[in-house]
Design a protein around this ligand. Sequence first.
Ligand code: FE2
Ligand code: FE2
Length: 149
Amino acid sequence: MDLVLRLKEFYLLEMFQLTLYQSQMDSIQNQYISHVYERIIELEKHHVDYFKSTLQEMGEDVPKISGGLFALAGHFMGETLDLTSAENRYKMGIAVENKAIEMNRVFIMEAWKHPDICKRLWHNMTDEEFHLLWFKDNLKHVTSLIQST
Ligand SMILES: [Fe+2]
Ligand SMILES: [Fe+2]
């Protein structure tokens, strides 16, 4: 495993989550949901900052993001974004968080000899699991509202 490459990849993965959720803030009208998004964004910022500062401490470059959110979505999900409805936003959230959890799980195994990094990955993965559960639960509410109207 190339540790630096992995750290760079995770910096991009976390930037993807951060910019994805930031981009959705404007379309959220419900106050409760916007508070949840604010908190998710705060946590994703912590994730981004961790990989950024770890790379900087190692004297490595922090990757530049060219092409913005859509390029990141293409890189990690291999698909274009459709965030036109709450249902689509939650489905995308579920797909993205699942992907992040899966990637964290692999990295935890690979980084076993780096206990500090490993611990941080466990904690980040726990945050992603909470995000996943929230998106799943809200998707259920949205789809049951649609079915009942
Ligand atoms: Fe994250
Ligand atoms: Fe997340």
